[in-house]
Design a protein around this ligand. Sequence first.
Ligand SMILES: [Zn+2]
Length: 341
Amino acid sequence: MRDIIINQPLDMHLHLRDNDMLKLVAPFSAKSFSGGLIMPNLSTPITNKQMLMSYKNRVLEAIDGNNFEPYMTLFYQNYDTKFLKDIQNDITAIKLYPAGITTNSKQGVSNFDIKELEPTLSVMSELDIPLCVHGETDGFVMDRESQFMDIYEQLATNFPKLNIIMEHITTKDATKIVQKYDNLYATITAHHLLITLDDVAGGFLDPHLFCKPIAKRYEDKEALVKLATSGNKKVMFGSDSAPHPTHKKECCGCAAGVFTAPIALQLLCELFIKDEQNINLQEQNLQKFLSSNAVDIYGLTPPNKTITLREKNYKVAVDYKNTTHTITPMYGGKTIKWSII
Ligand SMILES: [Zn+2]
């Protein structure tokens, strides 16, 4: 039996939702991770300091005493200098959503004209506030991310001092663009490193693997795995763990999102730790992907925490519930090869 120790694991793209759902899901991330970048797309998106601080307090209450830092984000809109200076120390990044592209994103950006974005992005650049982007157009579902690459290139070249994070990349195209510009970085989810569209819809439809961006082709998945496991400094882990009640997944009109918080670390361990011969390098690259790259990119000082993983079968729960909600995780009821001890 082999053990792997991860220092200060970070989840740099996390949906914790609110109220009773927040109370149900937050402890899973807070137990396994040292910190997480908390997404701002609540049913009313977080657009001011009062909402931000009040949500942060609800998150801190929900993590149930675990040593976990919630890195807060603001929902992108046009913000002025005074507002951004005032909120700068309370946020880690601002998250930009194209309007209507995913859960609770109606108030997002509908015009990607650089002139429209320039006033806010220039100030963010000056103040060194990173911009996280959900990079999809409203085109054909398999092409939405690739069609967004032009916008990433325009943002990267027009704002060379702005750190831009391409969130949850899913394509070979994105793995190339992120390496082309110094100020582009990316997060990759656990599920996009493991599944393709075939797993979602190639046989019986699996609603618990349905997410946005949709999982793509085999060659895309291979490119993502190659980049993530190589130790490349431009990429970091962001689970995009996005819980929905089971009845909103197992229905007509299935909500998009995969809930991976309880198993993400175990799945990544299985993916990175492949053979005895290169074990030290594989372990170092896992540590980079899960923590050190994010620490460098965002300039973070996460709480001290070490997580030990053991190569030992772990049966994933069929579901998790409290009095209000039932949620089904990815691989619910299946056995995976690593456990947290
Ligand atoms: Zn997300």
